[in-house]
Ligand binder design. Structure first.
Ligand SMILES: Cc1cc2nc3c(=O)[nH]c(=O)nc-3n(C[C@H](O)[C@H](O)[C@H](O)COP(=O)(O)OP(=O)(O)OC[C@H]3O[C@@H](n4cnc5c(N)ncnc54)[C@H](O)[C@@H]3O)c2cc1C
Length: 411
């Protein structure tokens, strides 16, 4: 690996897996399209990042390259591929920062897969088909101002009124929240013992207010919003999964989303590595290229090691999904998937943050500028240790899977 370009690093990932498990022509075709999409998005991501603007080309380009239905069955407008291919596609998107990548994660891993897993046939044809084809955008709204790591403590409430449910409450930090057409959300009903239910809500429903949250420290090209449900009426046929079983839908969505986050982190590490290789060869200080200073070589060697360490737990978790998908209610499969995914997310996100930080160091003062290729990666990498389950929650999950459910520390 010489890392001359982002495409080369992606090719290296594909080749390393291809040596173990042969990709089909159609899988390679999807990956080639992900490569093209990332290439086409790079310039506008940079421009929008500088202006702190949401990049509205993301849905367009993802649709153009038919990326949004990768793990969705062909019956529902998808490509009928698997999590490994979706994860690899997301790796390539992550190389250019996490804006496009976060859009993709919510649309595919949290949104479309949740409807594929839990939706009725009518919901699949109405919501999943257009989402998989990129005609409609999805959001997944679980977090609230007072309920993040413990989403079951949510205060968004629903009550039944005739053939509808009435939802009131606030959801916070929701990716795609102000651009989505449909929002998968969660609420609690006091009269059934505080149980939760998942709903698919039309984003244009009366009583739903959406405010874009701009005061972030990175991820500027991704839409993050606050959603205020003020007696929003949702028809009863829009319950996703069973009434009272909403947390099952929420946790399975997060399980999928975490795999996507880990994959995006590999992209961040590749982006960091690619940038430092060029910089180390171009920049001259003390009479030689900085890449000839051994302490700079250490940063580069550490980033290269981080790449290797982030990849394999993530690819392994993605491969394991084939077993999980066969029966998503099977306890052993769920436990294995939880462990593999928590390991992948925890390891990859820490290494992505560390790699981007090292890359900024190699760039020196220019690395602290958003104009450098590493400033944006550094700003974006921080959120991966928070969203879809913090570092601490991942650690508790890993310990629980190791020690057994009697030791579950966070419920
Ligand atoms: C840019 C961005 C996009 C996001 N997108 C979405 C989205 O699309 N949909 C969505 O629903 N949410 C989204 N989130 C929300 C995100 O998932 C939450 O921020 C995250 O789950 C943490 O919740 P919190 O912020 O409330 O932190 P808190 O839960 O308040 O945690 C604060 C600290 O306490 C720690 N902590 C909490 N409980 C424990 C415990 N039992 N043991 C040890 N430590 C603990 C946490 O690890 C953390 O360090 C997004 C967040 C960001 C920043």
């Amino acid at each position: 690996m010489r890392g001359e370009s982002l495409e080369k690093l992606f090719e290296e990932s594909i080749n390393s897996i291809n040596g173990l498990r042969r990709f089909s022509d159609s899988e390679l075709d999807i990956l080639a399209r992900a490569d093209k999409a990332a290439g086409e998005m790079a310039a506008s991501e940079f421009e929008c990042y500088m202006k702190h603007e949401v990049n509205m080309q993301a849905p367009e380009i993802a649709k153009k390259y038919r990326l949004l239905g990768i793990p969705i069955s062909e019956e529902y407008g998808g490509l009928g591929s698997n999590h490994l291919i979706a994860a690899l596609a997301k790796e390539r998107l992550g190389q250019i920062g996490l804006g496009f990548s976060s859009f993709f994660n919510v649309q595919v891993f949290l949104g479309a897969l949740s409807i594929q897993h839990w939706g009725s046939e009518a919901q699949k044809s109405k919501y999943l088909v257009p989402a998989a084809k990129g005609e409609k955008t999805l959001a997944f709204a679980l977090t609230e101002p007072e309920a993040g790591s413990d989403p079951s403590s949510m205060s968004t409430a629903y009550s039944k009124s005739g053939r509808s449910y009435i939802l009131s409450g606030t959801k916070y930090l929701i990716t795609n929240g102000s651009i989505a057409d449909y929002i998968i959300t969660f609420a609690k009903e006091a009269s059934i013992g505080g149980k939760h239910t998942a709903f698919i809500v039309d984003a244009h429903s009366a009583g739903l207010g959406r405010t874009r949250l701009k005061e972030k420290i990175g991820l500027f090209t991704s839409d993050t919003a606050m959603l205020e449900f003020n007696e929003v009426e949702v028809p009863e046929e829009n319950v996703l999964g069973e009434v009272g079983k909403g947390m099952k839908v929420a946790y399975s969505g997060l399980l999928n989303g975490r795999l996507g986050v880990a994959s995006g982190c590999i992209g961040i590490i590749e982006g960091s590595l690619n940038a430092v290789i060029s910089r180390a060869k171009e920049r001259v200080q003390h009479g030689k290229q900085i890449g000839k200073h051994q302490l700079i070589q250490r940063h580069i060697a550490e980033i290269r090691q981080n790449l290797e360490m982030a990849k394999w737990p993530t690819y392994f978790a993605a491969l394991q999904r084939a077993d999980y998908e066969k029966d998503i209610n099977n306890k052993a499969n769920i436990e294995e998937a939880e462990l593999r995914t928590a390991l992948a997310k925890k390891i990859a996100s820490r290494l992505a943050f560390e790699s981007a930080d090292r890359a900024v160091q190699v760039f020196g003062g220019f690395g602290y500028s958003l104009l450098s290729p590493v400033g944006q990666l550094f700003c974006d990498s921080r959120v991966t240790r928070i969203y879809e389950g913090t570092d601490e929650i991942m650690e508790l999950k890993i310990a629980e899977e190791v020690l057994g459910s009697d030791f579950e520390a966070f419920r």
